[in-house]
Design a binder for this molecule. Structure first.
Ligand code: 6PG
Length: 246
């Protein structure tokens, strides 16, 4: 077994990860104070099954859809109907079964390009939360979902890319991705992701053994910079956790 991050729950497989994450998300938004809950969604392939589960019988009736607002931790600068778009992935996963009020899905506006999109999304976040600056006493998100790239990136925070240095901007353009797909991206920055009551990493599959091992050795990978007011939780499946060198 690879040395795993603190507060890791080991999952039998990807399906178990999705089910546990659905329960975790429902608990997080149910206990959220106030009339609205804010969830920051991860992109990529890992969370697709989770999003589809949330819209399926047994879960869809338990999600307080009228209270939850869904944001994006990052997206690719492509049209919203592009197969690479995280917005498209989420909409397809939720499908028509999720009674999602259209105004509750807050896309990252990428049609004006990465720079303008980042500034526009920062305004969306500030307007939604009614704040001009990040306030530790008022986390933006009740839950942030994140994935782990095989190079140790998370959201679109890639090793050595400018967004890593954004300490002021809430949202940053990433001129070209460090990983497939090689398209410009827009990403929330570390301080914005940290403005959360909790962060949940979902990590499945053998391709994630290497970044997990590198994180365990203390390598300065982007995922190692993620913090949260309420702490980090990792759901890692056995395929990712197995150490082939053992
Ligand atoms: O837009 C994206 O691609 C994601 O935000 C990205 O950070 C993703 O979470 C990781 O690359 C893992 O991707 P997989 O889940 O596809 O392995």
């Amino acid at each position: 077994m690879i040395p795993l991050p603190p507060n890791t729950r080991l999952m039998a497989d990807a399906e178990a990860t999705a089910h546990a994450a659905a329960e975790h998300l429902i608990a997080a938004v149910t206990r959220a104070s106030g009339e609205r809950a804010a969830v920051c969604l991860s992109g990529g392939s890992t969370p697709k099954r989770l999003y589809a589960l949330l819209a399926s019988p047994g879960f869809v009736e338990r999600v307080p859809w009228e209270r939850v607002h869904w944001f994006f931790g990052d997206d690719r600068v492509v049209p919203w109907d592009d197969p690479l778009s995280n917005v498209r992935m989420v909409r397809e996963a939720f499908g028509h079964a999720a009674p999602l009020p259209p105004t509750h899905l807050h896309f990252i506006p990428s049609d004006e390009g990465a720079e303008a999109g980042a500034r526009a999304y920062e305004a969306v976040l500030k307007d939604f939360h009614g704040v001009e600056a990040l306030d530790p006493a008022r986390p933006l998100f009740d839950l942030v979902l994140l994935g782990l790239g095989s190079d140790g990136h998370t959201a679109s925070l890639f090793p050595g890319k400018p967004a890593l240095d954004e300490r002021v901007a809430w949202v940053a353009p990433v001129p070209e991705a460090g990983m497939e797909p090689y398209v410009p991206r827009i990403t929330l920055t570390f301080p914005t992701l940290a403005s959360s009551r909790s962060v949940l990493f979902l990590v499945n599959g053998a391709a994630k053994r290497d970044p997990l091992l590198r994180l365990s050795r203390g390598e300065d990978l982007p995922a190692a910079h993620v913090a949260s007011a309420g702490g980090l939780t990792w759901f890692i499946d056995r395929d990712a956790a197995e150490d082939v060198s053992a």
